[in-house]
Design a protein around this ligand. Structure first.
Ligand SMILES: [Zn+2]
Length: 333
């Protein structure tokens, strides 16, 4: 009896031991799973917080741009091109740090290019070469670069542009949209076209853009911009050129043809040409015919909406095409 009860006890103890070991294993496995889950959450939280801080930095960049836009708007006045109007583009005449060598390879992928209506009516531009600079970029760059090869002073590499009073679109975005359309438009007429940028999130300074343009010896270097004013009734097209350099005596005559051609195709008014030494992007491109074209005012509700209207954009392109056909071909090419 005693032996059997011992056996019984031993079996009972063995069973209890088995249960305890099994429970222990379950607990250990559960702990492993728990620790794994905790580590995963920790890692993903860290990734999220990094992402949020990046977004915050971007948002700060945008708010400082808005401030600059405000300054830009304050510095502008009426429809007559005056020194105060000039200061708009003085502050918005810079860009950021992409290397020139990098820019040489930048051409837009075909799927990003806008499509044209079936028939384009315009002059034969075979043999012409144009470089287009869509003004500004997503984030301004206040680092300085020399204003001119012949004068002292410096300017922001890239400043903020203006903003649409109705569309709320930033100028850099509208400039690029029209530039891409203009590239396709001019190419359709036989022209060879190069862009200084094909994306908004770049950092290319005005001097780098100018050097890029000069490297092609184009028949025209067109810097596309939109204007802004404190007076919301102001509308119209204006053109800025350098006040020195190889083409000094011809620049405003060519600029008038450019402005008047666009006024003719769009129905907008041409304000005039202004020669100035305040634009680094023009001062560093005086070996070629360089023009800073203000296509219209984004501070005027109607003109702001027109500048984003595909039909109106085509009319701007048509005017520019007419102008290119009047330019002498660059003998240096
Ligand atoms: Zn601008």
């Amino acid at each position: 009896m005693v032996k059997r009860s011992h056996n019984h006890m031993r079996k009972k103890l063995r069973r209890q031991a088995t249960i305890i070991v099994s429970l222990g294993l379950v607990i250990v496995v559960s702990l492993f799973v728990l620790v794994g889950v905790l580590i995963f959450q920790l890692v993903s939280n860290r990734v999220d917080s990094t992402r949020q801080s990046n977004e915050h930095t971007s948002a700060q960049g945008q708010s400082s741009e808005t401030n600059q836009e405000l300054t830009t708007a304050v510095s502008q006045t009426g429809p007559i091109i005056s020194e105060s109007t000039l200061s708009i583009e003085t502050s918005s005449d810079s860009d950021g740090p992409v290397q020139t060598s990098e820019m040489d390879t930048v051409q837009p992928p075909e799927n990003l290019m806008p499509t044209l209506p079936a028939i384009i009516d315009g002059p034969d531009l075979n043999g012409y070469l144009v470089v287009i600079d869509p003004g500004h970029q997503m984030y301004p760059d206040s680092k300085q670069e020399p204003l001119s090869p012949t004068m002292s002073g410096s300017k922001d590499r890239v400043s903020a542009g203006t903003k649409g009073v109705s569309t709320q679109r930033p100028e850099y975005e509208v400039n690029l949209e029209i530039a891409l359309l203009l590239k396709v438009y001019l190419e359709e007429l036989g022209c060879e076209v190069y862009l200084t940028r094909t994306e908004n999130d770049v950092n290319i300074s005005n001097i780098e853009r100018a050097e890029f343009a000069e490297s092609y010896s184009p028949d025209a270097y067109l810097r596309l911009h939109c204007n802004g004013s404190m007076d919301s009734s102001v509308t119209g097209i204006s053109v800025f050129v350098a006040d020195f350099g190889k083409h000094k005596s011809s620049l405003c005559g060519w600029a008038d043809t450019l402005g008047q051609s666009i006024a003719q195709t769009t129905g907008s008014n041409y304000i005039g040409c202004r020669a100035s030494s305040l634009y680094s992007g023009l001062n560093w491109a005086t070996d070629i015919p360089s023009f800073l074209l203000e296509m219209g005012y984004m501070t005027n509700k109607k003109e702001d909406e027109l500048l984003s209207d595909p039909a109106y954009q085509l009319k701007i392109c048509a005017g520019i095409a007419d102008f290119v056909a009047t330019m002498p071909k660059n003998a240096a090419r």
